[in-house]
Design a protein around this ligand. Structure first.
Ligand SMILES: C[S@@+](CC[C@H](N)C(=O)[O-])C[C@H]1O[C@@H](n2cnc3c(N)ncnc32)[C@H](O)[C@@H]1O
Length: 246
């Protein structure tokens, strides 16, 4: 069991072991989330698409922001590249309740081996039952069948730490997938950790073609993370947007 700590798993290799492969008790606002992790030293963090088996700081940043600033009540919420499911867990336990929360990832083994269990455990702890409004579904970015299966559009789309260099070949598919999940007034919240500047710039260039991108002011970020300049959070609206949400 590992108590709360801001160890960064991608870069802090020495400290990674023992911080990213065990249960993590993570306080987000009034909620104490319990997230199982299973990072391993295979060069891809223990998952086939890479680094989905532990909670990254960008996920903590996003979960905290959603908890503090985003109204999910009655809305359809999708998360892309959910990994352990930490952000989706926060969305699922948050009051007022979302109408639906769908945690997605391209890695089916990860979803069945880790994510589903994390959602079930946390929903069970909060409600004493597992709600059928909280779902786990495979979505490999760009896969049309997976996309249709989700039943877009969603009112809120969440993405944490999916613009890292190892996913570079999927940037186009990711941006297109986010766009395809949106209606004109969908709120998209995307957090990232800048690691290789040129690569991230490429991602944001693609993103800017389809979305209006606004960086969330650092004062609105979690107080323990706002000083880490590489961690950033963005609010996106599609370029076809013309109305405002809650
Ligand atoms: C760095 S992890 C972030 C996990 C989680 N969002 C977090 O921040 O803790 C990136 C996630 O994206 C998923 N992923 C990578 N490439 C993908 C693709 N082409 N389609 C769907 N998911 C993908 C991985 O399986 C992994 O769970």
């Amino acid at each position: 069991m590992v108590l709360f700590s801001w160890i960064h798993c991608f870069v802090n290799v020495k400290k990674r072991k023992g911080r990213c492969n065990e249960q993590w008790h993570l306080r987000i606002g009034p909620n104490l989330l319990s997230i199982n992790q299973s990072w391993s030293a295979d060069g891809k963090g223990g998952t086939s698409l890479g680094f989905g088996a532990s909670v990254y700081d960008a996920a903590v940043l996003l979960a905290d922001y959603v908890c503090m600033k985003v109204c999910l009540g009655g809305k359809r919420v999708a998360e892309l590249g959910t990994g352990t499911g930490a952000v989706a867990v926060q969305a699922a336990v948050q009051e007022p309740r979302a109408r639906e929360v769908v945690a997605t990832d391209g890695d089916e083994d990860l979803l069945e081996g880790l994510t589903r269990g994390n959602l079930t455990a946390n929903m069970g702890r909060v409600l004493g039952e597992v709600l059928d409004t909280v779902k786990v579904k495979q979505f490999y970015w760009g896969n049309e069948d997976h996309l249709q299966e989700l039943g877009p559009p969603f009112d809120v789309v969440l993405i944490a730490d999916c613009s890292a260099v190892i996913y570079e070949s999927s940037f186009g598919a990711l941006v297109d997938s986010i766009f395809r999940l949106c209606h004109a007034s969908t709120d998209v919240y995307l957090s990232c950790q800048e690691r290789v500047r040129g690569v991230e710039a490429k991602f944001f260039h693609l993103l800017g073609r389809k979305f209006r991108v606004r960086e969330v002011p650092r004062n609105d970020l979690h107080k323990d993370l706002r000083a880490t300049k590489e961690l950033k959070l963005f609010h996106l609206r599609t370029r076809r947007a013309h109305t405002t949400g809650c």
